[in-house]
Each structure stands twice: as structure tokens, then as C-alpha cells.
Design a protein around this ligand. Structure first.
Ligand code: AMP
Ligand code: GLY
Length: 438
């Protein structure tokens, strides 16, 4: 393969990992990241460029001007804005679905209808187009038996699990007002049966026809240890998942659901190219069968920070897969069936995250190399030679090992007063508690 320049679109920890992977490829000459962050700027072939993910004209012009050979898109907002459509139209290999395929994420009503049409297991759901309609649907239900989902992208905040009828009503009023939840919900709210059981994040990379399943992972959404506190963008993750979390039979069912989705999108004339992220619940109510809680049209964050290292540290060519998928043909790609690496990432956040993040504290300990650790930066800014916390979720400390315990040990050894730290930082001490023995 001839050397080429690539552009990674986005600026989070996920994009740092995507860019780090591209940086490692002998076939890649230069990695532009738009807009990138303080971490991507440090990559040996990396160069941050001032491009915003939804600036379609700007990105297409940049790609033409610099003769960029492939674009890897991180954030969902770029998919919804049609960045992949524009790049495909311009003849540029792009990793990421077109807007029509990304509707699996951007419209929960579309996703629910698609799943009904293809008999894909999902929670029972009702779509309300007005506040009154929604109130009628919940009238005779106990509030702890359903969840409320604003129809539209809401930066991960559009799902509410109400505890009381008062809270449910207030949430519906907010969602339909269009002022809360980034305007999502104004046109509709999905009311969903509330399920229980372990959650699984499954990523499938597809060229529209073929797909490969990446190792499964598990996110930790709650802010505090013991899965307490508010939902966040994700406080940590690990991969792969052992058999006692996902059995071979459950894995096969997840594979079948993925195939139905990829085939269904192709049959509808909107083939899905890029990574399809299935947020699943192994529902106790359904005898442990996987149920699709949500589709996402992108890599998950922080799951990417563990899934890609598991693959690359097992000797698999991650950048090769992403480039092949961007070109539209992954037929020859196989994920190794035996992975001998475990990865576990700990998200370090600022005090006050998620509601009132406090920015500006200097981060210590980033200059040191830690054994079996990768650090992915997200909300970090560089002031002269100092790294400064500049966002809610600041960075991810990812440990690697032969076992989950080893991976956890490596990660946690690199966070704390004698390692990576800043004033009043917050992180969970129990990431991977589901599988750790230490
Ligand atoms: P999301 O922002 O869509 O990832 O949803 C946030 C979290 O809400 C998920 O990770 C689940 O823990 C929870 N959730 C969403 N839908 C359901 C459901 N139908 N039943 C139970 N929990 C749910
Ligand atoms: N890890 C959750 C998300 O990326 O939406």
C-alpha cells in the first residue's frame, strides 16, 4: 500500500486513540486531526488543524487541498450533518456512515421502527408526538417500569429513568419544550419498557455488506463507585468481556442481530459503512437474551480506548481495517479469535463533572512513561509547557495486561498523587469490578 495522509475528525479521547492507531501504521505518512486536542498534537506524525466536525465545506476543501487519502470520522454530529455523504460524493474514502444510515442513532423513532420491521429484539416502546400523548401513555404505568428518550441527538443526556410520576411529568415537559436536552425531544419522545441486566457495547465494522465484530466491552456510566450517582458520558471501560458476562450463545445472538441490521440497511438502499455500535442489555426479563437499547453510528467513548488497544496489542492491524472499510471492502479481514490482551481504562474527570465542571487545574505526571499504560487525552489544553484540565472528562488512563486484574493494576498504578494527578480530580476506583478478582 502506498503511503497516504489521513484526517481524523473529532477532539476527544476516542479520537486520540483513533489517531494513535493511524499514527502507528507504516502505510500512513501523516495524521491530521481536526480539531484534535493536546494529546493528538504529540503524535509523531500528528498535526492538529482548525476544522470543526460539522464544517463540511471546510473539511472537503481541506481534504482536496492537502490530497488527504482517507477520513476517519469520530463524532455523531458529523454523521448527522452529512460529512460522510459529502466526502463520498467527492470521491474520498471515508470511515463513517452517510446521514441516512446514521439515522439509526440520530432518530430513536427511526431505529425503533427499523427494529420492529426486522424483528430485532428491543424494549417495548411507544412514540409520543405531543406532551399530552405522552402523558396518556404513562398514565397507568408505574414510573420505575419505563424510560423516557428524547428523539434526537442530545449529547448523551437524552435518556431519563424517572423514579416518580412527578419527575416523569417534569421530564416530558422539558423534552417537549425543546429548550432542555439540546432541543432533542421537541418533535417526539420514545417511552420504553425499562429492562435490567448487564450492558454490553458491541462494535461492528462494516463496508455496507460485510462486517466484522470487534471484541465486546463494557462501559461504566455512573459517576461514582458502586454504580451510584448521575449518568455520565462514561467513567471507564474494559474489554474483552469474559464468558461469565457474555456466553458463546449470547455472543452468537449479538452477531445475528448485527447481521440483520447490516442486511436491513443494505436492503433499504442505505448501506451502513463505518462502525455500528450496538448498546445491548442482556435482559433478565428475556432470559438473558440480548436486547438493543440503542444504536450508535460511531465508536463509543470510552470503549474505543480499550477495544482498539486489545486488537492492536494482539497483533491485529487496526489502521488497515479502518482504511479498508473506508475504501468499502473488508471482505478479507478477520478478527483474531484468540485475544491474549485485556485492557481497562479509567476516566479522570474534573471536580464538579458532569453538571458544573471546574476547569483550569494543572495536570502533573504526564511526562512519565508508565508500564503497560496508554494515556488518551480529551479535555486537556496546553498552556506553554503545562497541561491544563479543560473539560469534564479530562483524560483516560488505559492499562494493559494478560488478565483484567493485570490491566486494572497497570491503570491504577498510573493515577494518583505519585503519578497522573491534578487538584480535586475525580475518578472511579472500581472500574472492572464485574470481572476483577483483586
Ligand atoms: P444512552 O444515553 O442511550 O446510552 O442511555 C443511557 C443509559 O440509560 C444506558 O446506558 C442504560 O443504562 C439506560 N437505559 C437506556 N434505555 C434503557 C431501558 N430500556 N431499560 C433500562 N435502562 C435503559
Ligand atoms: N460510551 C457511551 C457512548 O459513547 O455513547
Amino acid at each position: 500500500m502506498a503511503e497516504l495522509d489521513v484526517l481524523v475528525v473529532g477532539s476527544g479521547g476516542r479520537e486520540h486513540e483513533l489517531a494513535r492507531q493511524m499514527d502507528s501504521s507504516p502505510n500512513v505518512h501523516k495524521v491530521y486531526i481536526g480539531p484534535g486536542n493536546a494529546g493528538t498534537a504529540l503524535l509523531s506524525k500528528g498535526e492538529n488543524v482548525t476544522l470543526q466536525p460539522t464544517d463540511i465545506e471546510g473539511i472537503v476543501a481541506f481534504v482536496r487541498d492537502k490530497k488527504v487519502g482517507a477520513v476517519i470520522i469520530g463524532p455523531d454530529a458529523a454523521m448527522e450533518a452529512g460529512l460522510a455523504n459529502a466526502l463520498r460524493k467527492a470521491g474520498v474514502p471515508v470511515f463513517g456512515p452517510n446521514r441516512e444510515a446514521a439515522k439509526l442513532e440520530s432518530s430513536k423513532a427511526f431505529a425503533a421502527e427499523f427494529m420492529t420491521q426486522h424483528s430485532i429484539p428491543q424494549p417495548q416502546s411507544w412514540t409520543a408526538h405531543s406532551e399530552q400523548e405522552a402523558l396518556d401513555i404513562i398514565k397507568n404505568k408505574s414510573p420505575d417500569t419505563y424510560v423516557l428518550k428524547a428523539d434526537g441527538l442530545a449529547a448523551g443526556k437524552g435518556v431519563v429513568l424517572p423514579q416518580t410520576a412527578v419527575e416523569a411529568k417534569a421530564t416530558l415537559a422539558d423534552m417537549f419544550s425543546g429548550t432542555a436536552y439540546d432541543g432533542a425531544g421537541k418533535n417526539g419522545v420514545v417511552i420504553q419498557e425499562r429492562l435490567h441486566g448487564p450492558e454490553v457495547s458491541a462494535f461492528a465494522v462494516s463496508d455496507g455488506t460485510n462486517f466484522v465484530m470487534l471484541p465486546f466491552s463494557q462501559d461504566h456510566k455512573r459517576l461514582k463507585d458502586g454504580d451510584q450517582g448521575p449518568n455520565t458520558g462514561g467513567m471507564g471501560a474494559y474489554s474483552p468481556l469474559p464468558e461469565n458476562i457474555v456466553s458463546a450463545a449470547q455472543a452468537q445472538k449479538i452477531h445475528d442481530i448485527t447481521k440483520q441490521t447490516i442486511d436491513g440497511m443494505k436492503a433499504a438502499g442505505t448501506p451502513y459503512q463505518g462502525v455500528l455500535y450496538l448498546g445491548l442489555m442482556l435482559a433478565i426479563e428475556r432470559g438473558g437474551d440480548p436486547v438493543v437499547i440503542e444504536y450508535n453510528a460511531r465508536f463509543g467513548d470510552p470503549e474505543t480506548q480499550v477495544v482498539l488497544p486489545v486488537l492492536s496489542e494482539s497483533g491485529f492491524d487496526v489502521p488497515g481495517m479502518l482504511l479498508q472499510a473506508a475504501k468499502g471492502d473488508i471482505a478479507g479481514i478477520a478478527i483474531p479469535s484468540k485475544l491474549n490482551v485485556s485492557a481497562l481504562t479509567v476516566c479522570v474527570a474534573v471536580a464538579g463533572y458532569p453538571e458544573h465542571p471546574r476547569k483550569g487545574d494543572a495536570i502533573e505526571g504526564l511526562g512519565t512513561a508508565y508500564h503497560n499504560v496508554i494515556v488518551q487525552l480529551a479535555g486537556v489544553k496546553k498552556n506553554n509547557e503545562t497541561f491544563v484540565a479543560n473539560g469534564g472528562r479530562v483524560l483516560y488512563v488505559t492499562g494493559l495486561g494478560k488478565t483484567p486484574d493485570e490491566a486494572a493494576k497497570a491503570a491504577y498504578a498510573a493515577v494518583g498523587p505519585h503519578a497522573i494527578h491534578f487538584k480535586d480530580m475525580h475518578y472511579r476506583t472500581d472500574i472492572g469490578h464485574q470481572i476483577r478478582t483483586t
